[in-house]
Design a protein around this ligand. Structure first.
Ligand code: AMP
Ligand code: MG
Length: 333
């Protein structure tokens, strides 16, 4: 039985007990829900991979509370990283450093680096402070499915597989944290998110962006996998292919297929007999709504016709990265 509990003294006690016993607990963050376990306990970390069906070469991010001394976990925090941490943490930014080897080697899948995140969500901070341990946590969904942004999403994927979901409401950020490699001369974005490459560049003067090429050794192994995919057919169209997208809608609808158009703009509506689910007007709104709309879409439709928003750059890089991956395309941003 999986319990969903609001975050209070009782549920935190229970969460801590589970973590200390080597079990997993789902918890909210400002990006998506995480599935956490004691990062120093190899058997517990292995459970995360088993529960999710996650490939064992896709490393996990370690979550800590804001007063945690990360020098316990990593060596060599460069000057630019300190400046970025001062500005953006706690927040949706994961920073990769050289590992001290304090946590289980399974967390980083044998890499000599460690990804660390300090979430800003109040419930996440309370949980992390209460357990006061480094907590390894990927998103709390079945591997390759759409990430969860509510306790109900977690339950839909992991019911019966975990004991406890701490319910902290709907995640406001909506897409996973930016992953930033801080092991080199300048920071390099490995995964785009709500802290954009431009924001990092403005703060410390330079920021690279890693683009994965198929066949290469990935610096962030998660990039190689299809991700975030709804459990129904998805088709993606460029902004200038609107007519083509509508033609596909009509062709499929005539056969009885329940289709839906996902695009930018506001609200859910029917126009010209076609169903639209709109992600929002700004990149931040689109990020916030993306996963809940994809989950709503897969639960109510057979075919999602995604029309790419026109905006680009900044936070939009993160939104487009998730959208293209959801539609089965390779990482490109
Ligand atoms: P998820 O936990 O599903 O949000 O995915 C975590 C992401 O962080 C994946 O894209 C991983 O490849 C990336 N990641 C975690 N640890 C490292 C690391 N040590 N070096 C590079 N990327 C990492
Ligand atoms: Mg994930």
């Amino acid at each position: 039985m999986t319990e969903i509990l609001p975050i209070n003294e009782n549920s935190l006690k229970r969460a801590k007990l589970l973590i200390l016993k080597g079990e997993t607990v789902a918890f909210p963050t400002e990006t998506v829900y995480g599935l956490g376990a004691d990062a120093c306990n190899t058997a517990a970390v292995n459970k995360i991979f088993e529960i999710k069906g996650r490939p064992n070469d896709n490393p996990l991010i370690v979550h800590v509370h804001k007063d945690f001394d990360i020098s316990y976990l990593v060596t060599e925090v460069p000057e630019y990283a300190k400046v970025l941490a001062e500005k953006f943490l706690p927040g949706p930014l994961t920073m990769v450093y050289k590992s001290k080897g304090t946590v289980s080697p399974v967390v980083s899948c044998g890499l000599d680096t460690l990804a660390i995140r300090i979430p800003s969500h109040e419930g996440a901070q309370r949980f992390l402070k209460y357990v006061d341990l480094p907590v390894a946590a990927p998103s709390a969904n079945i591997s390759k499915h759409v990430s969860p942004t509510s306790a109900q999403h977690v339950l839909a994927d992991l019911q019966g597989k975990i004991d406890l979901i701490l319910d902290g409401g709907v995640c406001s950020g909506g897409i996973e944290s930016t992953v930033l490699d801080c092991t080199g001369e300048i920071p390099v974005v490995l995964r785009s998110g709500l802290i954009s490459r431009e924001m990092v560049e403005e703060t410390v003067g330079a920021c690279g962006e890693y683009v994965y090429r198929e066949g290469a050794v990935a610096r962030s192994p998660g990039m190689r996998y299809k991700h975030y995919a709804p459990r129904c057919r998805t088709e993606m169209f460029a902004p200038d292919e609107y007519e083509k997208a509508l033609a596909l809608y009509d062709f499929e609808a005539a056969k009885g297929v329940k289709a839906c158009i996902i695009c930018d703009g506001d609200g859910e509506k029917f126009v010209g007999g076609r169903k639209y689910m709109c992600l929002g007007a700004t990149p931040e709104e689109m990020a916030s709504n993306l996963y809940s709309e994809l989950r709503e879409g897969e639960n109510t439709c057979d075919l999602l016709i995604v029309i790419s928003p026109k905006q680009s750059g900044g936070v939009m890089a993160g939104v487009m990265n998730r959208l293209t991956k959801a539609c089965g395309k390779r990482y490109e941003n």
